[in-house]
Design a protein around this ligand. Sequence first.
Ligand code: MLT
Length: 311
Amino acid sequence: MSKPVVLIAEELSPATVEALGPDFEIRYTDGADRSALLPAIADVDAILVRSATKVDEEAISAASNLKVIARAGVGLDNVDVKAATQAGVMVVNAPTSNITSAAELAVGLLLATARNIAPANEALKGGEWKRSKYSGVELYEKTVGIVGLGRIGALVAQRLSGFGAELIAYDPYVSTARAAQMGVRSVSLDELLAKSDFITVHLPKTPETAGLIGEQALAKVKPNVRIINAARGGIVDEHALAVALKEGRVAGAGIDVFASEPCTESPLFDFESVVVTPHLGASTEEAQERAGISVAKSVRLALAGELVPDA
Ligand code: MLT
């Protein structure tokens, strides 16, 4: 009897294949390349992706045998969950696999923007020893505004509390009491914008959150704020942010995610005060291993017709 086919459409930790075990035929494709993805998905039982593969309605209808879409990570914004459900395809993800890595990268970007680490590094390697040019600011006694106090936002708060910063957060889904337990004061978005020296975004991308930190919000920020986005591209509007940086309203930014990825050109790249990374939030050995093992287990259970527990 032939084995069920699992298509791995992006580079995943080797632990993924190990955790799948010997009961499947494993195939590989480059999911970001539509002309490779569509024929490759046609007869598979399951597909494993990260964020570069768009498993949209077209891909789902091209896959007549598909039973499971597995997202080795948190965000499901590259999967059309509605189309999958209508087609009777189960969607699984690994919702806690990379939250620590994402939180750590956000804190890293925040420190990098506070202390000009990226431009100072570039200048020094280019032979320039410029101490006063790259003087920065402390986090101590500054106000950090966390937009979205879910799993990742909470880990960021926990980590930043050690810096002696005042933590405020906007999250309509988290009670004031719950935020207070985390040492965070709940505020409105307007108050957060007006009071924060640093703003860090930790939201999923939805029609409500896309462009949330756009022209209007950026008109309300405290002068010299630094803005971090390691959540999803487009929640912070890149063009509006570039204008605010140009006008000197925003002092710097740390950006890991872009509205359109891969992104190799952006108005943000013109600013020395902006540190950018290519969507690395989940890119650690630990997070990738956890995500790969978690989705491999879910795929095994789903293809065996067993219940897949929430991770
Ligand atoms: C996530 O949503 O978990 C990350 O974007 C994952 C990734 O980078 O693959």
